[in-house]
Write a protein that binds this ligand. Structure first.
Ligand code: GLP
Length: 250
């Protein structure tokens, strides 16, 4: 079941997404949040920080697991997803940093690291609410278009278009790591609730393909059509190609 909220712009999308996450944190203060990086969630995290500063949110019992991390980057590297999470959210709220988890990009033993991460998620009791962005080629986490849906955390070789898209955060395109650890589609799919956020015209075609096209590992996000509880929050530009029937404009 998919419910879609249409907001005017990036600000509106961020506000709505943060409100949904906040409601979850208020109702279930010890829940496990699956978190995402990229440009899309930055505004959502800023809103959550504001709500925390206003005294409306308490993260002290929240546990988090992030979707993915670049292989080879240390958490102190400003391009690592651990660094992104620390600087965009964790350092600004009262979360216990020991309760935050990101795959360890320094671990060169891929098999051991992926097993460690899957075991950790299992030990936490699974993910209650998973926040997702959408890659330009339909990837979620770093699950790239493929011939099968990956179940578990694994090491992926990033596609050329993903490397190009993410090179905007790096000084030089050749600095973008070519490999990453990512939760599998199976891991993401097991989350109790999924919140996908999408912004901008550049995502309009792939979002339509993911939601209205066939369910196929060639478009990893298409698996969301089968999940029982998906909320999508998008701005007008990202949602403009979708058929109207599922969309709430609030
Ligand atoms: C990266 C991340 C994804 C993210 C995607 C889209 O590849 N691994 O988790 O959803 O980028 O990023 P953006 O939000 O910047 O468009």
């Amino acid at each position: 079941m998919i419910t879609i909220y249409k907001e005017k712009d990036y600000e509106g999308m961020s506000r709505r997404a943060a409100n949904i996450i906040a409601a979850h944190v208020i109702l279930e203060p010890a829940s496990v949040l699956g978190l995402a990086t990229g440009g899309t969630p930055v505004g959502t995290y800023q809103r959550l920080i504001s709500m925390y500063n206003d005294g409306d949110l308490d993260f002290s019992e929240i546990r988090t697991v992030n979707l993915d991390e670049y292989c080879g980057l240390d958490g102190t590297n400003d391009q690592s997803y651990r660094y992104f999470m620390d600087t965009n959210l964790f350092k600004h709220v009262n979360i216990d940093i020991d309760n935050t988890n990101v795959p360890d990009g320094r671990n060169t033993d891929a098999k051991a690291e992926c097993l460690r991460y899957d075991t950790l998620i299992e030990d936490l009791g699974g993910i209650d609410l998973q926040l997702l962005g959408l890659g330009g080629n339909g990837h979620i986490g770093f699950n790239e278009p493929d011939s099968a849906f990956a179940k578990h955390t694994h090491c992926v070789t990033l596609k050329k278009d993903t490397i190009e898209a993410n090179s905007r955060f790096f000084d030089r395109p050749e600095d973008v790591p070519t490999k990453a650890y990512t939760m599998g589609i199976g891991t993401i799919f097991m989350a109790g609730r999924i919140l996908l956020i999408v912004s901008g015209e550049g995502k309009a075609d792939i979002l339509k393909e993911a939601l209205e096209g066939p369910i196929t590992p060639a478009v990893p996000a298409s698996i969301l059509q089968l999940h029982p509880d998906v909320t999508i929050v998008g701005d007008e530009a990202a949602l403009k190609k979708l058929s109207d029937k599922l969309i709430y404009s609030l």
